[in-house]
Design a protein around this ligand. Structure first.
Ligand code: UD1
Ligand code: UDP
Length: 364
């Protein structure tokens, strides 16, 4: 059996890994490393428990205030693991700093890198690409894709992007593992309507909102714009706060202002199933999260992207989602005219992405 080094470290990576972990372990001798990028219980260990994923063999504790030290510490922490286990292949997910550090380690220690969710690229609402250096996640993705040996794509658009970029690794379209794990949990989501009671919500009578991208959290004017939007809404808004957002709101002296809004339910980050339930019953989802926006689509719920660009352009192009940024007027207008498109194409495959990916990797 080949030896596989899998690197995770953030909330979305715990979730993506859960979609594929059992299959990986059936076919590879896996060493699992958690970089520790996300370290709060509600952002990390709670997901390991809820999703029943194997306990990481190694957890590298990294600092999180300085991005350069964070990435350097991850690479430094991966080195002894690689030296000790000499893996045949290295697996990373998505576009986070953990994925970048993992891929760079693979590159420098001559281990072929497999990149899951390769090839996604950011576009603005006029379908124009944006400079990679302006979006940390876009820069990470492009760097990782440029030297990965195997590029596993969640969407056909990603496959096309990579083909056009003439990347040198092998490109494989699997579909989205986020859809696999969503489908696996869907029955349970339907059973959990009582989650709404916990927050005093009624199905389709509220908006589910998440905000954590730097473009929003690090900009007081944008956070004020979201406050104004919430203030003007008749429906309730539920906003589970990412620790980054909480910290920034406090720093801007906005947190107490948010607390005064009668129609706003502020919570800590919620678990995966609760997040799916809140998403499923929402009248509309508003988010800058790549995962949450896809889940809204899986649920057939229209969404608004609180971001100026998106890598999930299919959702924008098909009118399932709208790129509104932090433009108060654009957000309000969209919410007043919410429509659910008739067609729901299979942008993200058939829910068997994990199986296809592992079958592909077995042959590498
Ligand atoms: C990271 C990813 C982003 C992803 C998001 C998922 C990068 C560049 N960004 O953003 O692509 O969408 O994770 O949620 O990798 N913090 C805590 N506890 C935690 C985690 C973070 O308090 O468990 C606070 C810290 O103050 C930290 C800040 O949040 O400095 C930002 O965390 P970081 O991991 O650097 O980036 P995210 O914003 O979480
Ligand atoms: N999520 C969660 N609890 C929350 C908010 C989000 O479990 O309070 C889940 C969500 O359902 C999705 C994933 O986290 O599966 C998305 O991760 P995140 O928004 O942190 O990162 P992104 O997808 O933007 O990289």
């Amino acid at each position: 059996m080949k030896k596989l080094l899998t690197v995770i470290g953030t909330r979305p990576q715990f979730i993506k890994y859960a979609a594929i972990s059992t299959r990986l372990r059936r076919n590879f001798r896996e060493i699992l490393v958690d970089t520790g990028q996300h370290y709060s219980k509600k952002m990390s260990s709670d997901f390991i428990k809820e999703l029943n994923i194997p306990h990481p063999d190694y957890t590298i504790g990294v600092s999180s205030e300085n991005v350069v030290s964070q990435i350097a510490e991850m690479i430094k922490g991966l080195y002894p693991v690689i030296e000790r286990h000499k893996p045949d292949i290295l697996l990373c997910f998505g576009d986070t700093n953990s994925a970048l550090a993992a891929a760079l380690s693979g590159l420098k220690y001559d281990i072929p890198v497999v990149h899951i969710e390769a090839g996604e690229r950011n576009y603005d609402k006029n379908f124009k690409r944006v400079p990679a250096y302006t979006i940390p996640e876009e820069a990470n993705r492009i760097a990782i894709d440029s030297f990965s040996a195997h590029l596993i794509c969640s969407s056909r658009r990603a496959y096309k992007n990579l083909t056009e970029e003439k990347v040198t690794g092998s490109i494989f379209y699997s579909g989205d593992i986020m859809l696999d794990i969503y489908l696996k949990n869907f029955k349970e989501v339907l059973k959990r309507e009582n989650v709404l009671n916990k927050y005093g919500l009624k199905s389709k009578q509220y908006y589910f909102v998440t905000i954590h991208r730097a473009i929003n959290t690090d900009n007081m004017e944008r956070m004020k714009a979201f406050y104004n939007v919430f203030k003007n809404l008749e429906k309730t808004v539920i906003l589970p706060l990412h620790p980054r957002t909480l910290k920034k709101l406090r720093g801007f002296n906005l947190y107490n202002k948010f607390l005064t809004l009668k129609n706003l339910v502020l919570t800590e980050p919620v678990g995966y199933l609760d997040s799916l339930v809140l998403n499923y019953h929402a009248a509309c989802v508003m988010t800058d999260s790549g995962g949450v926006i896809r889940e809204a689509y899986f649920n057939g719920v229209p969404s608004v992207m609180l971001d100026d660009t998106s890598e999930w352009l299919d959702l924008y192009e098909s009118n399932w989602s709208f790129i509104a940024g932090a433009d108060e007027e654009a957000i309000m207008k969209k919410l007043e005219d919410l429509r659910v498109p008739d067609k729901k194409p299979d942008f993200f495959g058939d829910g068997k992405a994990g199986l296809k990916t592992v079958n592909y990797l077995k042959k590498c």
